[in-house]
Design a protein around this ligand. Structure first.
Ligand code: GLU
Length: 442
C-alpha cells in the first residue's frame, strides 16, 4: 500500500505543541513506510482563519524538519464540496432542510442534513483497538450550513477521499467525530482510511496542557533557543516508546524506529525538565564553532567567547540561556569590572582589618607561577593551598577566595576564580587584581 498521511491544522491560531506532535507522528509514519506526508490548511472558518497563522504554522513545521510533499488549502476546494453535497442530495442520502438560523433568529437558512441510517458503527483504531458507537442518537446531523458552506466533518471526509489519505492519525479528542465521518464516507461511497488516535498531551498535574503551564506555541520554544533536534527528539517520545531504553533519536532515527504499535493510550506528560535535558544533550554534540553559530552567540571578544563555550555547554540548556549567561554571569569576562570597596572587604573579620589587600597581593605574587595553557585544575592546585592555610578565626579560605573572585569579576555571581583566571589570562587577571588593590588602598 502507498501510505499517505496528512496534518490538517486550522489556521485560527499559532502552531501549538499538540498539533506539532501530531504532525511529527504523521510524518514519521508516512516516511517509515516510504509514503507521502501532506499538509491541509483547514481554513473554512472564514471569520477566524488568518493567512498569518497559516504562514506561521508552515514555518513552524518547516523548522521541525517536517517537509511536506503536498499542500492543500481547504477553502479552495469548496466547489468540489458543493458538487458532492449535490450528488448525495440527488441520491437522497442527504437533504436540504429549511430552518431558523441559530445565529440570526428569525432568519431562514437552508442547511444540509445527512440521512442517518442509524446503525452501530465499529472502526478499528490502530492505537486503541475496536471502537463501537451507536449512531442513532446523532439523528440526521447537519453537514453544511448552506450548499456552498460545508461543515468540518463533510470537508474532512471529501478532502481525505480526494487526497487518497490512507491513515488518519490525529488527537484522541477526535474519536467522537469519527462515527459521523464514517457515516459521511458511506454516503459518498468513499473508502475508509485507517484511524490512529493519539493520546493528548497533558501537563505534569495531568490536566489539559494550557498556557498557565508555560509556553504552548512552537514559536515560543524556537525563540527560547531550543534546537530543532532536541525539540523533535523530545516530542517523538511524547506518547510513543521505542520499546527500549533508547532516548536519543534524530528525526531520521525516529523515522526508522517509528511504529504505531509503540503509541501509548494514556496521556503523554509534557515534562519541561526532560525537554531541557534532551535539548542540552543535542547542544553538547555541537562543535564549539557550531555552538556559537547555531546559538547566534555574540560577545565583544571572539577569542574569549570561544574559550567559554565549554562552560556554556556545561551550564546552558537552551541557546537563550547561553545568551543570557554571556551578558549576565559571564559579562565580566568581556568587560573589566569596577569592584566595590565595601564588597571587596566584606569577608574580612573586623579584628583583621586590611587583610584582604594582603591576600590579593599574595595571590598576585603567586600568579608568577601560572602560565597560559595551564588547566583550571593546575591553577587551582597552585593557588588553593594559600587559601586553605587561612585559620578559621581569620575568616578561613573564603576570606581570600571571595575577594579574589570578586576582584576578577566584580559580580556576586560568576564562575570560580580559577576558571576566570584561565579564561582572562594571567596578564589581564593581574591587572584586575591590581585595580582592586588600588580601590582598597586608594
Ligand atoms: N482541523 C482539524 C483540527 O485541527 C483536523 C482534524 C483531523 O485531523 O481530522 O483538529
Amino acid at each position: 500500500m502507498n501510505v499517505k498521511t496528512r496534518i490538517a491544522p486550522s489556521p485560527t491560531g499559532w502552531l501549538h505543541i499538540g498539533t506539532a506532535r501530531t504532525a511529527l507522528f504523521n510524518y514519521l509514519f508516512a516516511k517509515h513506510h516510504g509514503g507521502t506526508f501532506a499538509i491541509r490548511s483547514e481554513d473554512t472558518d472564514r471569520a477566524r482563519s488568518l493567512p498569518e497563522y497559516e504562514e506561521e504554522i508552515l514555518a513552524g513545521l518547516a523548522w521541525l524538519g517536517l517537509k511536506h510533499d503536498e499542500f492543500v488549502r481547504q477553502s479552495e476546494r469548496v466547489e468540489r464540496h458543493t458538487e458532492l453535497l449535490k450528488k448525495i442530495i440527488d441520491e437522497r442520502k442527504a437533504y436540504v432542510s429549511e430552518e431558523e438560523s441559530k445565529n440570526e433568529p428569525g432568519k431562514k437558512v437552508q442547511v444540509v442534513r445527512l440521512k442517518n441510517p442509524g446503525t452501530s458503527v465499529t472502526f478499528n483504531d490502530l492505537v486503541r483497538g475496536d471502537i463501537t458507537f451507536d449512531t442513532t442518537e446523532l439523528g440526521d446531523f447537519v453537514i453544511a450550513r448552506a450548499i456552498d458552506d460545508p461543515l468540518y466533518h463533510f470537508a474532512v471526509v471529501v478532502d481525505d477521499m480526494d487526497m487518497e489519505i490512507t491513515h488518519v492519525i490525529r488527537g484522541d479528542d477526535h474519536i467522537s467525530n469519527t462515527p459521523r465521518q464514517i457515516l459521511i464516507q458511506e454516503a459518498l461511497g468513499a473508502p475508509r482510511p485507517a484511524y490512529a488516535h493519539l493520546p493528548l498531551i497533558l501537563a505534569p498535574d495531568r490536566t489539559k496542557l494550557s498556557k498557565r503551564h508555560g509556553a504552548t506555541s512552537i514559536a515560543d520554544y524556537r525563540n527560547e533557543g531550543f534546537m530543532m533536534e532536541g525539540f523533535v527528539n523530545f516530542m517523538g517520545l511524547l506518547g510513543w516508546s521505542p520499546g527500549s531504553d533508547d532516548e536519543d533519536f534524530s528525526l531520521e532515527q525516529l523515522v526508522d524506529a517509528f511504529d504505531l504499535s509503540g503509541v501509548q493510550t494514556h496521556g503523554a506528560i509534557w515534562n519541561r525538565e526532560k525537554l531541557l535535558d534532551v535539548n542540552q544533550r543535542w547542544m553538547r554534540k555541537l562543535s564549539d564553532d557550531e555552538f556559537i553559530a547555531q546559538g547566534s552567540l555574540v560577545a565583544p571578544d571572539e577569542a574569549k567567547l570561544r574559550s567559554i563555550v565549554p562552560l556554556l555547554k556545561e551550564r546552558a540548556k537552551t541557546f537563550g540561556e547561553a545568551r543570557e549567561m554571556i551578558t549576565g554571569e559571564f559579562a565580566s569576562i568581556f568587560t573589566a569590572p569596577t569592584p566595590d570597596r565595601a564588597q571587596l572587604m566584606s569577608k574580612e573579620p573586623a579584628e583583621f582589618a586590611g587583610v584582604t589587600a594582603l591576600h590579593l597581593r599574595a595571590f598576585g605574587a603567586q600568579f608568577a607561577m601560572l602560565h597560559e595553557g595551564m588547566s583550571v585544575e593546575e591553577m587551582k592546585s597552585i593557588l588553593m593551598p594559600y587559601a586553605d592555610a587561612i585559620p578559621k578565626e581569620e575568616g578561613g579560605r573564603g576570606a581570600a577566595l571571595w575577594p579574589l573572585r570578586y576582584a576578577l569579576s566584580g559580580q556576586e555571581r560568576s564562575p570560580d576564580p580559577f576558571t576566570l583566571i584561565s579564561i582572562l589570562g594571567v596578564e589581564e587577571s593581574s591587572v584586575r587584581i591590581q585595580n582592586a588593590l588600588d580601590i582598597l588602598e586608594g
